[in-house]
Design a protein around this ligand. Structure first.
Ligand SMILES: CC(C)(COP(=O)(O)OP(=O)(O)OC[C@H]1O[C@@H](n2cnc3c(N)ncnc32)[C@H](O)[C@@H]1OP(=O)(O)O)[C@@H](O)C(=O)NCCC(=O)NCCS
Length: 147
C-alpha cells in the first residue's frame, strides 16, 4: 500500500464497515508505524482490496481487511489472505484477528486457511455484537517448540 492508494482504501473500508469504519487519518497514521504492514490487491491497475497487519514481537494481528463489494466471491479475499499467511508465517508465531460473530463469509474464509476460533468477546463492537477471536498458529511456533 502506498499513500496514493489511501483514497481507494478509505472507500472500500467505508462500504464494508459502516459503523466500524476507520477515518482517513487512521489510515494515514499507519504509515508512521514501523510495526504496520500494509498491502493492496489490484485488478487492472485498480485497488480492489487491502489488509493492514501489525507485527509486535512475534505476534501478528490482522487489524483491517476488506475486498471491494463488487469483487466479492471471486477468490480475491482468499488470494490476499493466502498471500498474507505465506508471506508472514515464517516471521511470527501466530496471526490473530477479531471478527463479528455474524460475519459467516469472513469466518469461513479464515477457517479455510487454518484459523481457529479460540475465544468469544462479549459486546466487542459498538453495536453490542460479540466478536470471535481467531488465531492461526504458524509452523514457526511448531518448529521451535515454544508455547
Ligand atoms: C470477507 C471478505 C474479505 C471475503 O472476500 P471475497 O473476495 O469475497 O472472498 P473469496 O471470494 O476469496 O472467498 C473466500 C472464501 O470466503 C467464503 N465465502 C465466499 N463467498 C461466500 C458466501 N456467499 N457465503 C459464505 N462464505 C463465502 C468461502 O469460504 C470462500 O472460500 P471457498 O470459495 O474456497 O469456499 C469480503 O467478503 C469482505 O471484504 N467482507 C467485508 C469486510 C470483512 O468482513 N472483513 C473481515 C473483517 S474481520
Amino acid at each position: 500500500m502506498e499513500k496514493e492508494d489511501i483514497d481507494a482504501v478509505v472507500e472500500i473500508n467505508r462500504e464494508n464497515f459502516t459503523t466500524d469504519a476507520w477515518s482517513r487519518s487512521a489510515f494515514e497514521r499507519e504509515f508512521s508505524l514501523n510495526y504496520s504492514h500494509k498491502y493492496v490487491i489490484e485488478v487492472d491497475g485498480n485497488v480492489i482490496g487491502y489488509f493492514i497487519l501489525w507485527i509486535i514481537y512475534d505476534t501478528a494481528t490482522l487489524m483491517n481487511f476488506a475486498i471491494k463489494k463488487s469483487y466479492w466471491g471471486m477468490g480475491y479475499g482468499k488470494k490476499l489472505l493466502s498471500f498474507l499467511v505465506d508471506n508472514f508465517k515464517d516471521k511470527v508465531s501466530s496471526i490473530s484477528l477479531d471478527v463479528r460473530k455474524s460475519n459467516i463469509r469472513a469466518i469461513r474464509l479464515y477457517k479455510s486457511l487454518g484459523f481457529k476460533i479460540i475465544n468469544e468477546r462479549p459486546k466487542y463492537y459498538s453495536d453490542g455484537e460479540n466478536a470471535y477471536q481467531m488465531i492461526l498458529e504458524t509452523l514457526q511456533k511448531a518448529y521451535t517448540g515454544e508455547h
